[in-house]
Design a protein around this ligand. Structure first.
Ligand code: ADE
Length: 244
């Protein structure tokens, strides 16, 4: 999968070279290219923003450098068509289902806005542009960040770890909270490792007996309890709880 990111803070993306994603990049499973939006400006101050039409607080990102940056990126694909992802709190919700669906997209381009956001004509233009496979305006949660960079990092990590070969143990991805499958609406329950007793706290006895059926039943029950406690909203729609 190829991932391009356009930002005025290229340094924000150095964490991508760490850990799992760094290894996936080194192994050629994902290719990440970071672009500085300011290199697509032509004035002395490398201006990327301007006052909003209609008035109001803050500044809006100009469509002009965005158009130049995105056109250049699409042209580098030798006929392949990228999908434009615009992180924004006013977008559709990005969740595990979306992360899974995006794993089959060969090329994602993240446009990270700052200030009050990117001039709306950018998303509009690329949604109907023959060189592009579509536009997705997405938010990672019901809160407002200072810009799209942190959200892009979250989305890249959520998608990349699902790509075949990125996480060593396939089951650690399929057993996740929210992962597709019979437990899709349940949170993952507690996990334990050695020592068997730590600060007077014992590992639940059922996990020590080696009876796989009993362990599976116990884990399913723990997942139900945790979901009801932590996420009553999910519990209300969970078929596993028999309420939805
Ligand atoms: N930019 C600012 N807040 C955001 C959010 N919650 N999700 C995605 N992008 C954002």
């Amino acid at each position: 999968m190829r991932i391009d990111v356009v930002t005025i803070f290229p340094d924000y993306f150095t964490p991508l070279t760490c850990s799992l994603l760094g290894k996936a990049m080194a192994a050629g499973l994902i290719e990440v290219r970071i672009h500085d939006l300011r290199t697509f400006t032509h004035d002395r101050h490398n201006t990327v923003d301007d006052r909003p039409y209609g008035g109001g607080p803050g500044m809006v990102m100009s469509p002009v450098p965005w158009g130049e940056a995105l056109d250049e990126i699409a042209a580098s694909g030798e006929g392949r068509q990228p999908i434009l992802v615009v992180p924004t709190p006013s977008g559709a919700v990005f969740n595990q289902h979306a992360a899974q669906a995006w794993t089959t997209d060969p090329w994602l381009v993240f446009a990270c806005g700052r200030y009050e956001g990117i001039d709306a004509r950018v998303a509009q233009h690329y949604a109907s542009n023959a060189g592009w496979a579509g536009v997705r305006e997405v938010g990672i949660g019901d809160y407002v960040l200072a810009g799209g960079e942190a959200a892009a990092l979250v989305m890249v990590e959520a998608v990349a770890r699902l790509l075949p070969g990125v996480v060593g143990n396939e089951a650690s991805v399929t057993d996740d909270s929210f992962a597709a499958g019979s437990m899709a609406h349940l949170l993952e329950g507690p996990v334990f490792t050695k020592p068997q007793e730590w600060r007077a706290l014992a590992v639940p006895e059922v996990l020590l007996r080696g009876h796989h059926g009993q362990i599976a039943t116990w884990r399913a029950e723990q997942a139900r309890l945790r979901t009801a406690l932590m996420r009553p909203d999910l519990a209300a729609v969970s078929p596993e709880l028999g309420l939805g």
